[in-house]
Design a protein around this ligand. Sequence first.
Ligand SMILES: [Zn+2]
Length: 159
Amino acid sequence: MVKDSPVIADVLPLFVEFIEELPLAGHNIHSFDMKYIYRDCEKYLGMIPGNDYIDTLYISRKCLPEMAHHRLTDLAQHYGISTEGAHRALKDCHMTQQVYELLKNESELVSSGAKTIPVCERCGKKMILRNGKFGEFWGCPGYPGCNFTINVRKNKGLI
Ligand SMILES: [Zn+2]
């Protein structure tokens, strides 16, 4: 698949320029991607990028400890995100981005001290805080199979 593609020494400078000083987000980025980025930046560019990074694997282990597996496709399924075309680079980027946004909501809830993440009355799944036309609401991760929702009533115990 990559045999006619440019080699890392040629694309790495473009990558480093592209990421600027921005934080990087990735699934298992701490143990996997950063290792190779650091290794090759040192080897070919004589520098180590100082970008901060966010590992969605780490966040999911913290926020969703009840899940048996934390692969990107497990999280996508949990959140009702399409996994069609998984393991192709761009598709995995889009999945990671969507998973990150949803995990961010969840981790903000945990750190803001919200005690109660409601459970879907129809299928028993832990609900997800989503943004809709009329603001935030709790949606079932089984959507579209299950379309149970709960209105967010701020100051009334649910958030
Ligand atoms: Zn449900």
